[in-house]
Design a protein around this ligand. Structure first.
Ligand SMILES: [Zn+2]
Length: 424
């Protein structure tokens, strides 16, 4: 009898690689020591959850899956407006604008006829729904849970948990008992809100941050026990545990679009000619056709600002996984430094903010840019042919997760940007 192959993917949102230590998360750390741990795992740009969830789900850069960031510009009249991708209504807005949601299939779509996928998420609705925006599998989220074809799942089929530590642990318990043990889909994904939630709420390295990590570590232990029970029954399980990005400490916040208005490069605060979709430590800038002549001047202005570190215009943005088009003309990363915060945690960042997206307060954690620590999530692979007790020092990327899943399940990874991860 050949063993049933299944994949379990668990994401501890925002967990920095340098905080995967025996003193902070003993269960995850010990698991890393008896698995294959990827020491140079890298975030996408922007290092923001919704675009990252989509890259994990598709194996593609934002350039190819089409979801630009946590907020993004959509056509509006003869210009653009910025929309919040976290809003449950955004999937419908994207479909209305372009006649489709993502430009490439998700793992849920690829696995629909091969045992299916169940995705349980406790982060924003957008980050949950963009792992399966066209309803091929099951997505469980407190804002609404859906099955194949978009059927609405009732409380008997999907729990509604709180957006906090207790909710993360309740979702992990349901995931372990109901999804892993009873339903047994081909792919099971659990996406915790922590430690990201606690990191945003307080300084990095503070008791709140450590408590949020401990919450994720307890949830991990519950899931690991369920995975081991499946294996003891003879199932062949690839168990991947990681995060989507890290966080750094906010030192300054700049309303970049307002600075463009002051400089005469944007018509007004609410104008649609030039708009910026803030991503925390970076921004995506959309330009209307009628204003395209201003692109060189806008790029030169941004490059001259001390609060901005890098500016990518046109095809330059391909180098960081974004693509010009649909109005997206310039992307930029905010300034940062490797200095420590008062708790000794390195990495300070400047935020790109707006009236609608004021960002986290100074001193708290945030992300979205190109800082070394916000761009360094963790990843551990266990079972599925990965050599136990080994470290990989080559670079791995979020987009390599889906190809790794497909390889293990013996399915094609056509159209994916990523590559299967090295097993030894
Ligand atoms: Zn995240």
């Amino acid at each position: 009898m050949s063993a049933e192959r299944r994949v379990v993917l668990m994401i501890c949102d925002g967990h920095r690689n340098d905080f995967v230590r025996p003193d902070t998360c003993p269960n995850i750390h010990a698991f890393g020591q008896r698995s294959r741990r990827f020491m140079r795992h890298r975030a996408i740009f922007p290092s923001a959850t919704r675009a990252s969830a989509t890259s994990i789900a598709t194996g593609c850069w934002p350039a190819n899956h089409g979801l630009h960031g946590n907020t993004m510009g959509l056509p509006d009249g003869d210009g653009h407006r910025v929309h919040d991708v976290g809003d449950p209504a955004f999937v419908g807005k994207l479909r209305s604008a372009f006649g489709r949601t993502l430009e490439v299939p998700t793992m849920a779509q690829r696995l629909a006829a091969h045992g299916g996928a169940v995705i349980a998420s406790n982060v924003s609705p957008g980050a949950a729904y963009f792992q399966d925006p066209d309803h091929y599998g099951h997505v469980v989220h407190r804002a609404g849970s859906f099955g194949p074809g978009g059927s609405v799942l009732g409380l008997d089929e999907a729990p509604v948990v709180s957006h906090d530590y207790a909710g993360d642990e309740a979702l992990a318990e349901w995931f372990a008992t109901e999804v892993l043990t009873r339903r047994r889909p081909r792919l099971s994904v659990l996406w915790l809100a922590n430690p990201d939630l606690g990191m945003h709420a307080a300084p990095l390295g503070s008791p709140t941050h450590l408590e949020a990590i401990a919450c994720a570590d307890r949830a991990f232990a519950r899931v690991e026990a369920a995975v081991e029970a499946l294996r003891s029954e003879g199932e062949d399980v690839l168990f991947l545990v990681g995060s989507d990005h890290g966080q750094e400490s906010v030192r300054e916040r700049v309303a970049v679009a307002a600075r463009l208005v002051e400089a005469g490069l944007k018509d007004g605060p609410d104008s649609t000619d030039v708009v910026i979709a803030p991503q925390g430590g970076s921004g995506l800038l959309y330009v209307a056709d009628r204003a395209r002549g201003r692109i060189p001047a806008i790029a030169a202005f941004l490059e001259a600002q001390p609060y901005i570190e890098e500016v990518f215009t046109g095809n330059e943005m391909l180098a960081i996984g974004q693509r010009p088009g649909n109005g997206l003309a310039i992307v930029f990363a905010m300034a940062r430094s490797a200095e420590p915060n008062p708790f000794g945690v390195p990495g300070l960042m400047t935020l790109c903010v707006s009236d609608e997206k004021p960002g986290k307060p100074e001193g708290h954690g945030s992300h979205g840019g190109l800082g070394d620590f916000e761009c360094h999530p963790f990843l551990i692979a266990n079972g599925g042919g990965f050599a136990a007790g080994t470290l990989e020092h080559g670079v791995s990327r979020l987009i390599d997760i889906a190809p790794t899943v497909m390889r293990f399940l013996g399915l094609p990874r056509d159209g994916m940007d990523g590559l299967p991860l090295p097993q030894d």
